[in-house]
Design a protein around this ligand. Structure first.
Ligand code: PLP
Length: 392
């Protein structure tokens, strides 16, 4: 029997494989160096030195001071700490925060949780390309607005926001600006002064680092209420023993992403464009959900009319192609995700959002094979739907 062709992984926005060079940087701290960075003995000091070096690496990429970095258990914790921690710390100045309807739930649900503390939360809508209009932000700001949180790039469509323009508006109104850079960090410049942000979230497993480690940039002078109680780690901003091997991996992965950004993004762009072109020109009426030229290079965010993307995803998985959908399973029924709903796509496309995200291991030949498979299965689903309509 001929061997099955190797599987094609096109879900790098969900998780990237660990870069072998990053693993090599982590290796000593996974089993040779047992120390806790808070211990005073030699093993502890060795762990502390590794932590300090990784902190300098992350700070160097962000263009900030090492003391402005708080290591976390990932992007979710970084977002929660930014939104809840900064808002609660500023509650005496005001109780209004502004975010946007397409934020990751780590931001959106964190913001909504503030209502239990007497906050009002404004969730800005987006235009059909997924972008927040500067005027919409300006109109939402109030004298009691303490925080604005808008992601640098969306995790379903890859849409990039104009964060410097939005930050200027937030700052003019006296609010702090947070951006979730979890998806963007491996592909865009994340210098915090150029972005003009006060808080920025990162996660290692989106940029060829390990899972369950991230960081929050906190500009000097921005106060954070604590969310975890315990030790005084991370300058008393995040209690709990630091994930030393993970943090070493984050530092190495982020440095490599910065040093190789041009070459990596050119590769991503070539691959994702080839895949998108194959599908868009197949006569299925497919469209992109992210605006060309303002979408992360690794993203081919597709939407098909009259196709159930979950069925498409399952067929593709059986055929060896791994992608994701813009659907969330809510109480047993498959509803379009909050992002797809906020984009206001025509009704026929709402259940048909398919996110393909390329990465370093992908090849041009894989794009052809995956594109053919997507077209073949979408076509089959179209025909099934048409046959069902005829029977009805
Ligand atoms: C934009 C965005 N923010 C936050 C997160 C959460 O990050 P983590 O999985 O590291 O908790 C993700 C993960 O998919 C994301 O895409």
């Amino acid at each position: 029997m001929p061997a099955a062709p190797p599987r094609i992984y096109l879900d790098h926005a969900a998780a990237t494989p660990l870069d072998p060079a990053v693993f090599e940087a982590m290796r000593p701290y996974l089993w040779l160096a047992p120390g806790n960075p808070s211990s005073v003995h030699c093993a502890g000091r060795r762990a502390r030195a590794a932590l300090d070096a990784a902190r300098r690496q992350v700070a160097d990429v962000l263009g900030c001071g090492p003391s402005e970095i708080v290591f976390t258990s990932g992007g979710t914790e970084a977002d929660n700490l930014a939104v809840i921690g900064a808002a609660l710390a500023a509650a005496r100045r005001g109780r209004h925060v502004v975010t946007c309807a397409i934020e990751h739930h780590a931001v959106l649900f964190a913001a909504r949780s503030l209502r239990a503390h007497g906050f009002e939360v404004t969730e800005l809508g987006v235009d059909p390309t997924g972008r927040v209009a500067p005027d919409a932000l300006a109109n939402a700001l109030r004298p009691d607005t303490v925080l604005v949180s808008i992601g640098l790039a969306n995790n379903e469509t890859g849409t990039i926001q104009d964060i410097p323009a939005l930050s200027r508006i937030a700052h003019a109104a006296g609010a702090w600006m947070h951006t979730d850079a979890v998806q963007a960090a491996g592909q865009l410049d994340i210098n915090v002064d150029r972005l003009d942000v006060d808080l920025l979230s990162l996660s290692a497993h989106k940029l060829y680092g390990p899972k369950a480690v991230g960081a929050l940039y906190v500009r000097g002078g921005v106060a954070l209420a604590r969310l975890a109680f315990g030790g005084a780690q991370e300058r008393d901003r995040r209690a709990g023993t630091e994930n030393v091997p993970g943090i070493v991996g984050l530092g190495a992965a982020l440095t490599r992403a910065r040093d190789r950004r041009a070459e990596r993004t050119a590769t991503y762009r070539r691959l994702s464009s080839a895949l998108a072109a194959r599908v868009l020109h197949a006569g299925l009426g497919a469209r992109l959900t992210g605006p060309p030229g303002r979408t992360l290079p690794s993203f081919a965010p597709l939407a098909f009319p009259n196709v159930d993307a979950t069925s498409l995803l399952i067929r593709l998985d059986l055929d060896g192609v791994e992608v994701s959908t813009g659907a969330a399973c809510t109480s047993g029924s498959l509803e379009p995700s909050h992002v797809i709903q906020a984009l206001g796509l025509p009704a026929a496309y709402r259940r048909g959002a398919l996110r393909c995200t390329v990465g370093l291991g992908n090849t041009d030949e894989e794009m052809q094979r995956a594109g053919d498979a997507i077209v073949r299965h979408a076509q089959a689903l179209h025909e099934l739907a048409a046959a069902r309509t005829e029977v009805d």
